[in-house]
Design a protein. Structure first.
Lengths: 1529, 68
């Protein structure tokens, strides 16, 4: 509702003239703006790659600052890993509650275009002007149409592991990544074309109907089959099923019984009543004649009539069906089922003319048909066998034999039948001969039986039915007596083949092997040849295009004959489809269709992949279902069908064997279910080129694949889960609703172990993942909160609680939650196979091997760069390190090796959410600096008509109730609710929509407002949190103020939560609508006004953070006042004399003196920076956009500054307390003093034989000062380099070298630095030598736990790692600026995770050590982030003020100060120029520009002098009383 | 209107930033709860003053819930 940001304006170009600076800039210089040379004009747009929390933050910062942002996300929704988390440390806030507002803001920001399912392919151009090629992968659901109702997912039959739930549960192939996903649209996942579909000539969606069979949805399965195949009954019985031949399941055990499943569906439909087919309406004037009622002709007829054409089929025979009818005996294909398929085609309106041979198809064209399809296919002509005696009586060809039988014509056969040939037809003929009563049937086979193209059951049937097989023989002669067959002469065949005089293949004969066999009937088979010589001779040389089937005679299409005919039924069906498409194209005057290009790869699995799935139990091997067969005695006495088909149980089990290779089965159930036509299975990937000025890479991380650490059994042991899985188990929206249950038995665990550093700090990962210690601690605490008796143990090497509030969090975990921590690394886990408990083996702190039993083990997996991010970097030419992390090559830590491109988040180095957010804002600052001259050049503002004045009108409310498909309409009576709404006071119109948020409905609401003069609108649908802005737009479009809108959330609060009680849900929906209408009637239009803002920034503190922040803003063209209390810039940076080893830490800014010099040089010369040295803030007042600050110089003079924002970067100090004898002995130094010693006294270094360092001194026992370990190691290594012989001992509690700093630790150990751990109860003891006494050595006693003894260290020097403490003036400054401090005196951010550089007071930001101890590199990044946040305000030009804010009626104010005390944002003030109740001087005033609109003051004001606009007492009471009205009616 | 007379009527004031969103999530997860609970969105539970709660009871509602 609130709209704090005003109308964007062209920012005035304050930067007069180009600065004269050289060297390495921290920030890309502003490129010349639009007014410059057009050829190289920078583009006011930025691409952000990766939609996680960092990507969203960068996008929002830039979009708010006037840049167009393209947010590129690989997945179907933004949100990244944070959206998967349950809670966030150290506040235990709900992660989703934190991220969800960011998701919504990102999703509806006008300047952000989210491109989901997209990846960056290539980049060219340079800083300011890049061309980025993006591939938009198909989502198969149109985001602009989808309303997110989920009907598609509800009907989707394909389930697969839900990756958002880390595989703990299943989701559908049509899915939304997670409930709160942005965009809310669903998507369909396709891995590719299933091999079964690919293998089928007709592209039958086998996986589709199999998935539906598995779900028991047989009618829909039949619908799917018929999408591609009008002959399901036939192909369920007699197909040669190439699908099964390519079925992936064969790589596991046996192929899925696809054909039998198809038949099951047909049988089931027949048994339970097939859906009646209704004629297709004629929508096109053309008539088409199809010649031939075989599979090809009827398929073409089927397709054409469905396109709206008139179709007549001519058939020469008395019955339709072609070879299906006359070539296949009834015991394989009963006539009834074939007729059923044909009837369904005819029922569409096809006209069939049997007994109508066509010899001259062109004549049909002359008769008036617009096209003719000659689809005579195979003509079963009686061909000569080519052997002696074939003309004798009793010799018949198999084709003729079968045709006569099938047509019911009389056939004479004898008792001894010989069938020659090795094909299906021969087998059929033999089986038919047997059924006709032949006593002896011999099947002469020219090959071994194994080579017969027949099913196993058919081979078995040969024997079972008493057919004798004579293998490897051929008939060489038919023996004839008196013109009648009396036998055949057989000979053995030899391998290879010969051809006869007609060019037909003949078996080779072994001479001399002849024998004879008695016979009275010979049935011969030869290959079935097809030709067109039944046609008029003028067609003899007809030329036919083999891809379009179009002949040289326009309008005549031919799918028959040798070139274009088919040999299998399914091929013929495929031909039918293709010729129908050709004819359609011809009739529509379109170019002949080219064969469809393969858009998706065939989804195959490698054998090893499947073996792995079997290994982890994802696939359970199971035998293929085989249909039952008719008992043999019944077979040979009748023509009853031999194969009986699968039972329902068999079919469902068999369907479950399908591996769902393609993921989406393309069953099209979603297409039928979708009420807004959003689904398009034919979407294609497409490339787009986008012009942007800069690029930010935020591809995030992937968790380490825990299965690779085989010793922990992940994937094999059910109760070993990853921390991300555990996160989902803890989540209330997760698979177990937040109850932690063991995966093996779904029982609550009693003992859980967390194993740290899985995929971190090991041989393959020389870095620390930086977050695992904390997330494990968080998960341990939350698990204990859920289940207080849970026994939780964490096995770790070091507790890395190094950031703000982390140490206190860890202490709370130990002390309050009783989480047990063990400093050891676990070597392996074993599962107890009986209980699925886990037995953990480790070596404890004392070096003793231990074994412990746990119910559940959580692996704290580390961070890695995903393969997709590596490939992205490769494509862009961005340099990565050996682990795939992005290399930083310039002084700007966020810049990549590709100029103008920045990297943020874990892609640079493992890190947590706040640091990722900081980096995101920091990178935004760098982009903004580069593109500052083209702000607002590509952004858009909505264009609305002028607003209609409604003051003085009586309320005229329109109520619109939404069905949300079935989501609301399925569970409550929507029309009744709408009708009821119409009866409410002030309601002049009510209506209901299938989807209120669909584009049509939105337009309709606008139209109704205009037509009916509505001045209030209520939409009863879903949540205002997601949908209010959309509907408010429809008000604005009608010229109605957007505040005149109210919602009733009848989906999330009625239909979904009372889905079992329709009446109650309906009733409650009426209540909610009544309440909404009551408030709506009392709503008032609200307007915002523009308030100008000061364009200057005040930066307090001249250390690295302050300098960076000042530069970052100055480079963006904003005037900056940089205030430093000392006489020179640099702050603590000047004291850090030992550089950070850049090669180890990847820290380009590691030479701190170089860094300081460079920053000072750039600051000193910058025209936009006014430097105030030896100055401090004496006073400050005002609010965001309009601050007034008084500076006092050391000479006492003052200066008043006006500024729009303030950045506090006042730094920290090294603690100098008395611990461990500091201050009382010259050989006890702090780390900074040690650095000075190392740098300034090179000669003295070699006198040091032995030194020790103590970590965690003084206040560092309360909070971790973050940098001490790293500084100590840096200095220890430097010292070792200067004096390799010296002994260095580091006394520590935990070594907290997070991220790449871990390498310092490794290096130190390799170079012989000794480490000795102490615990709180055994801190080191220092014995200072008496003055002027003996050797002058220091003695330090260090407790060695493994030996349970105190070691005496004799030292030349003791170096104390003193923590960083807040600067001495921080508290005074905090009071002056009204910002709060944490318990340790550091500035408190507005939100630990998501607003880490903002203060709770708008317009004031933090950076550097004043916020918390940090390395210089981190201070710099944070300063950039603060600058970005500040620029977000400054770039507006003005702030829009008003809307939902609190206003004081001074005439009622008693000046009691309640509001001043209660406001969490310190907004209310007493203004002396106002007069309160009774005219007393001074009344409260709330500055509209900074009021947050929470309304606390309004509730607390004892005089009721404050009202919260838009939530006034009257508006709130209206709702309450409207609810209560139910009692009165 | 019989059912409303027999069931308790509860009004739940839910903070826009947390509890209201949680109620939305409860819907998405199809969690079932009694229909007598009616949720009212508030910009912050701090907005709620006791008078409004008393109004609700005075109007005849059986209970007031504040969640935020």
């Amino acid at each position: 509702m609130k709209d704090k940001m005003a109308a964007p304006r062209e920012a005035a170009n304050i930067n007069e003239g180009e600065s004269k600076r050289g060297g390495t800039p921290f920030f890309p210089r502003p490129l010349p703006g639009n007014d410059g040379q057009s050829s190289s004009s920078p583009i006011g747009a930025v691409m952000v790659v990766g939609g996680g929390i960092a990507g969203m933050q960068a996008a929002l910062d830039l979009a708010d600052q006037g840049f167009k942002v393209y947010l590129i996300e690989e997945q179907t929704a933004i949100g990244g890993h944070m959206a998967q988390l349950d809670k966030t440390f150290p506040t235990n806030d709900c992660a989703m509650c934190n991220i969800s507002p960011k998701l919504v803001d990102t999703g509806r920001h006008r300047n952000i275009e989210i491109l989901t399912n997209s990846e960056v392919l290539a980049i060219d151009g340079g800083p300011g002007n890049f061309n980025v090629t993006v591939q938009r992968n198909p989502r198969y659901i149109d985001v602009s149409k989808c309303v997110g109702c989920g009907d598609c997912a509800a009907v989707c039959p394909v389930t697969l592991p839900d990756l958002y739930e880390v595989g703990l549960t299943q989701r559908k192939a049509a899915y939304r990544l997670y409930t709160q996903a942005v965009p809310a649209a669903y998507a369909i996942e396709k891995r590719g074309i299933a091999p079964c579909r690919d293998a089928c000539p007709a592209n039958q969606r086998a996986q589709g109907y199999i998935a539906l069979i598995a779900a028991g949805r047989y009618r829909e399965a039949l619908r799917v089959i018929k999408e591609d195949n009008p002959f399901p009954s036939v192909c369920g019985r007699t197909c040669h099923h190439p699908c099964e031949g390519s079925c992936t399941r064969a790589l596991v055990d046996q192929p899925v019984s696809i054909m039998a499943l198809k038949r099951f569906v047909v049988d089931y439909a027949l048994a339970y009543g097939r859906e009646k087919v209704t004629p297709v309406p004629r929508t096109r004037p053309e008539w088409i004649a199809v010649v031939g009622a075989g599979p090809a002709g009827l398929t073409a007829a089927h397709d054409l009539i469905r396109l709206g054409y008139g179709v007549t089929v001519y058939e020469a025979l008395p019955v339709p069906g072609g070879m299906m009818r006359v070539g296949i005996p009834a015991h394989r294909l009963p006539k009834g089922v074939l007729q059923q398929d044909i009837d369904d085609i005819l029922a569409l309106g096809v006209v069939l003319k049997t007994n109508s041979p066509v010899r001259d198809p062109a004549a049909l064209l002359e008769q008036g048909y617009h096209a003719v399809c000659l689809a005579t296919g195979i003509s079963a002509r009686d061909l000569s066998l080519g052997i002696e005696g074939e003309d004798a009586a009793g010799v018949i060809s198999a084709a003729a034999f079968l045709r006569k039988i099938n047509l019911g014509e009389p056939v004479q056969i004898g008792q001894r039948v010989v069938v020659a040939g090795g094909g299906i037809t021969a087998l059929d003929a033999a089986a038919v001969a047997r059924r006709l009563g032949a006593e002896q049937v011999n099947l002469i086979l020219d090959r071994p039986r194994g080579e017969l193209p027949a099913y196993q059951w058919e081979l078995e049937a040969i024997d079972a039915e008493g057919i004798q097989l004579i293998e490897r023989r051929a008939i060489t002669r038919i023996l004839v007596e008196d013109g009648w067959v009396v036998g055949v002469e057989l000979a053995e065949t030899a391998p290879g083949a010969a051809t006869d005089a007609h060019g037909r293949p003949r078996p080779k004969i072994r001479p001399g092997t002849e024998s004879t066999l008695k016979a009275d009937t010979v049935i011969g088979t030869v290959g079935q040849f097809s030709d067109l010589n039944f046609l008029d001779p003028r067609y003899d040389d007809l030329s036919i295009d083999s891809s379009t089937f179009e002949s040289e005679i326009p309008g005549l299409f031919v799918v028959a004959g040798r070139r274009t005919g088919a040999s299998y039924i399914i091929d013929a069906i495929a031909l039918g489809h293709r010729v129908a498409r050709s004819i359609h194209a011809y009739l529509q005057g379109q170019p002949p269709e080219l064969p469809a290009a393969a858009t998706l790869p065939v989804a195959r699995y490698a054998r090893q992949e499947l073996a792995q799935k079997v290994f982890v139990g994802e696939i359970t091997p199971a035998k293929r279902a085989e249909p039952a067969l008719l008992p043999t005695p019944e077979r040979v006495t009748s023509f009853r069908e031999v194969v009986l088909g699968l039972t329902e149980h068999q079919a469902r089990e068999e369907a479950l064997r399908c591996l769902q290779c393609g993921v989406c089965s393309e069953c099209l159930a979603c297409v039928y279910a979708c009420g807004v036509n959003a689904i398009d299975h034919d979407m294609l990937a497409r490339k787009e080129t986008l012009q942007v000025g800069a690029v930010i890479l935020a591809p995030g991380y992937q968790t380490y694949e825990a299965g690779l650490s085989e010793e922990f059994g992940f994937g094999r042991y059910a109760n070993v889960v990853t921390a991300l899985q555990f996160e989902r188990l803890l989540s209330a929206s997760g698979p177990t609703m937040g109850h932690v249950l063991r995966p093996s038995d779904h029982k609550p665990p009693r003992r859980i172990a967390f194993l740290q550093c899985i995929g971190s700090r090991d041989q393959d990962h020389d870095y620390c993942s930086a977050v695992c210690c904390m997330y494990a601690t968080k998960e341990a605490c939350v698990a204990r909160e859920h289940q207080p008796d849970l026994d939780v143990h964490v096995y770790l090497m070091d507790m890395r609680a190094f950031s703000k509030g982390y140490w206190a969090y860890f202490e709370r975990a130990r002390r309050r939650y009783g989480v047990h921590y063990h400093n050891c690394r676990v070597s392996s886990l074993q599962e107890d196979p009986g209980t699925h408990d886990l037995i953990l083996s480790a070596v404890d702190e004392m070096g003793k091997p231990v074994q412990e039993r746990f119910d559940m083990v959580v692996l704290s997996v580390g961070m890695e760069v995903a393969g997709s991010a590596r490939r992205l970097a490769q494509r862009l030419g961005v340099e990565l390190d050996e682990n795939g992390f992005c290399r930083n090559v310039s002084l700007n830590p966020l810049e990549t090796s590709l100029p103008g491109t920045f990297a943020v988040g874990p892609f640079r180095e493992p890190k947590d959410i706040p640091e990722s957010v900081i980096e995101a804002s920091g990178a935004a600052a760098s982009c903004a600096a580069m593109l500052s001259n083209v702000r607002w050049s590509l952004t858009q503002r909505p264009e609305y008509p002028p607003e209609r004045e409604v003051a003085g009108e009586l309320p005229r409310t329109g109520v619109f109730v939404c069905h949300c498909g079935a989501n609301i309409g399925g569970f409550l009576d929507v029309p009744a609710v709408a009708a009821y709404a119409g009866s409410l006071p002030h309601v002049v119109h009510s209506d209901h929509f299938l989807y209120a948020c669909s584009q049509d409905s939105i337009k309709m609401i606008t139209q109704r407002i205009r037509e009916l003069g509505l001045n209030r609108v209520v939409v009863a649908s879903c949540s205002p949190l997601t949908h209010a802005p959309l509907f408010q737009d429809s008000l604005c479009a009608a010229g109605l103020n957007p505040y005149l809108f109210e919602m009733a959330n009848i989906r999330n609060q009625c239909s979904w939560v009372h889905s079992e009680d329709r009446q109650a849900a309906t009733h409650k929906a009426r209540d909610l609508v009544r309440m909404a209408a009551a408030r709506a009637a009392r709503l008032e239009p609200q307007h915002t006004i523009s308030s100008p803002i000061q364009s200057a920034a005040l930066v307090v503190g001249g250390g690295p953070a302050g300098m960076t922040a000042a530069l970052a803003l100055a480079e963006q063209g904003f005037p900056v006042h940089l205030v430093e209390k000392e006489s020179r810039l640099g702050g603590n940076l000047r004291k850090v004399l030992v550089p950070m080893p850049a090669e180890l830490t990847r820290n380009r800014t590691g030479d701190y003196q170089e860094l300081a010099r460079e920053l000072i040089r750039q600051i000193s010369n910058h025209p936009n920076i006014v430097l105030h040295l030896e100055s401090s803030v004496a006073d400050t007042s005002g609010f965001v956009g309009n601050f007034t600050t008084t500076l006092r110089r050391s000479d006492g003079s003052t200066q008043i500054l006006k500024h729009g924002v303030t950045i506090l970067a006042t730094g920290g100090e090294e603690y100098h307390g008395p611990e461990y004898g500091y201050g009382s002995h010259p050989r006890v130094l702090t780390q900074l003093e040690f650095e000075e010693f190392l740098s300034n006294q090179p000669s003295a270094i070699h006198n040091l034989k032995s030194i020790a360092m103590v970590l965690c001194v003084g206040p560092a026992e309360r909070y971790c000062s973050r940098i001490c370990c790293i500084v100590a190691l840096k200095n220890a290594l430097h010292f070792k380099t200067l004096n390799p012989e010296a002994e260095v001992v580091i006394l520590y509690k935990d070594i907290r070298t997070y991220g790449f700093k871990e390498r310092l630790y490794q290096e130190a150990r390799q170079r012989g630095v000794l480490f000795s751990r102490y615990d709180e109860s055994h801190p080191p003891k220092v014995n200072l030598p008496e003055e002027e006494n003996g050797d002058g050595k220091l003695h330090v006693l260090a407790y060695e736990a493994a030996l349970d003894t105190w070691l005496n260290l004799e030292l030349d020097l003791l170096v104390l790692s003193m923590p960083v403490v807040p600067s001495s003036e921080a508290r005074a400054l905090a009071n002056r600026f009204k910002v709060s401090l944490d318990a340790d005196g550091f500035f408190s951010e507005a939100h630990v995770k998501l607003r880490p550089v903002d203060s709770a007071t708008e317009g004031i930001f933090f950076a550097g050590m004043a916020h918390y101890p940090k390395l210089a590199e981190e201070s710099i990044i944070q300063a950039e982030a603060a600058a970005s946040r500040a620029a977000r305000v400054l770039s507006q030009g003005s702030l829009s003020v008003g809307g939902q804010i609190a206003v004081v009626d001074p005439a009622s104010c008693t000046g009691c100060l309640t509001c001043l005390r209660i406001c969490p944002y310190h907004v209310p003030k007493i203004r002396v120029d106002l007069h309160g109740i009774g005219g007393i001087q001074g009344a409260a005033y709330i500055e509209p520009a900074v009021c947050q609109g929470c309304g606390i003051c309004a509730a607390e004001c004892p005089a009721r002098a404050i009202q919260l606009i838009h939530y006034t007492d009257a508006q709130m009471r209206a709702k309450v009383f409207a609810l209560a009205e139910a009692f009165e009616t | 209107m019989n059912e409303t007379q027999t069931a308790n009527q509860l009004i739940a004031f839910c903070c826009e930033h947390c509890a209201y969103a949680a109620a939305d999530l409860a819907g998405s997860l199809r969690l079932q709860y009694p229909p007598s609970v009616k949720i009212v969105l508030v910009p912050c539970t701090g907005r709620l003053d006791e008078l409004l709660a008393l109004d609700a009871l005075e109007a005849g509602l059986d209970g007031v819930m504040v969640a935020g």
